[in-house]
Design a protein around this ligand. Structure first.
Ligand SMILES: C[S@@+](CC[C@H](N)C(=O)[O-])C[C@H]1O[C@@H](n2cnc3c(N)ncnc32)[C@H](O)[C@@H]1O
Length: 301
């Protein structure tokens, strides 16, 4: 593990605004994505990792930035791993296809009808590149499904469109995916019990947070929800890894809008815990009000 000094350096760099020019940002603006706090997370990973497992990969902001002999991306949302597999297979050739789809449907930040037509076609044909294009034009770039696994994010009118920033992120992301040794899984996180791990492997877990609610959390999106049972199963799994001498790091929040995750706080006492960020909702009243705090942490063994 890296030293305390390195964490303080990471802390200093973030406060001074030296925010990670060197990190790759996922082209998906993923809810709960860790891009903005990678400086607080990656310095805590061991050096010389054999297999790195991004157990709740989401937009893949973390794993894509890790150096390891092999990287495993996992997320139980199968459309994400399919999309990243597709990026790996077709590389930057997809950019041309994106432009031709934009032209075909006259997509723009104003053309809601074009977006809705492509959304309907995606839900019939399930082409993963269409799903990516939809996220460029969707409200807050969100990727949300209904219980029938139909993509249902509304149009991001006057706000969202495919632009040069997304394209630059996409190209860097695709190049990293092609150059690294990555495998994509779409399993429930408990698959790790049946997965053979060595002492130089490393597991990073960024699950949904029990005390905050993201759109992938509520069990109404066609995927399993995140509740007390899942949280308990995950903490048990991390204990199991620890007992086998496998290193892990867990991202989470211990306080959010007046709620405390007391079970997690108790459990974390066995391990190292670093406060990554204390944030407040954006108003003076709330800034003064401790009940509105969020405390984001990294817990590692
Ligand atoms: C906080 S997000 C991960 C964000 C990611 N680290 C990033 O930076 O883009 C949590 C992810 O866990 C996934 N997830 C939820 N329950 C799961 C489960 N039981 N097994 C595997 N993945 C799960 C969700 O689909 C979601 O993408």
């Amino acid at each position: 593990m890296q030293t305390r000094g390195q964490f303080e350096r990471a802390d200093f760099l973030c406060k001074e605004g030296f925010i990670m020019e060197e990190y790759i940002k996922s082209p998906l603006n993923y809810t709960g994505g860790k891009y903005k706090i990678l400086n607080y997370i990656i310095p805590f990973f061991p050096e010389n990792i054999g297999t790195f497992i991004d157990l709740f990969g989401g937009g893949f902001n973390v794993g894509v930035n890790v150096n390891a002999q092999k990287i495993i991306y996992n997320d139980h949302n199968i459309y994400l791993s399919q999309m990243f597999e597709y990026f790996k297979q077709y590389g930057v050739n997809i950019i041309e296809k994106i432009y031709s789809r934009i032209k075909e449907f006259k997509l723009s930040e104003e053309n809601q009808q074009g977006y809705l037509t492509l959304r309907k076609i995606y839900n019939e044909q399930k082409d993963v590149l269409d799903l990516f294009i939809l996220t460029c034009y969707s409200f807050n770039h969100q990727i949300r499904f209904n219980s029938r696994h139909e993509f249902n994010t509304p149009f991001g009118k006057n706000r969202s469109e495919y632009n040069k920033t997304i394209e630059e992120n996409l190209i860097r992301f695709i190049n990293a995916i092609k150059n690294k040794n990555i495998e994509f899984y779409s399993k429930d996180f408990t698959f790790l019990y049946d997965f053979s791990l060595n002492k130089n492997d490393f597991v990073y877990a960024d699950p949904p947070y029990l005390i905050s609610n993201a759109s992938y959390n509520d069990g109404k999106r066609g995927f399993k929800n995140w509740g007390v049972n899942e949280e308990t199963q995950l903490l048990d799994l991390l204990d199991y890894l620890n007992n086998k001498g496998i290193k892990f790091a867990l991202s989470n929040v211990i306080v959010h809008k007046g709620l405390e995750n007391t079970k997690l706080i108790e459990w974390s006492k066995k391990y190292n815990i670093k406060l990554i960020k204390k944030s407040y909702n954006n108003s003076n009243y709330q800034r003064k009000n401790k009940d509105k705090q969020t405390k984001e942490v990294l817990i590692y063994n």
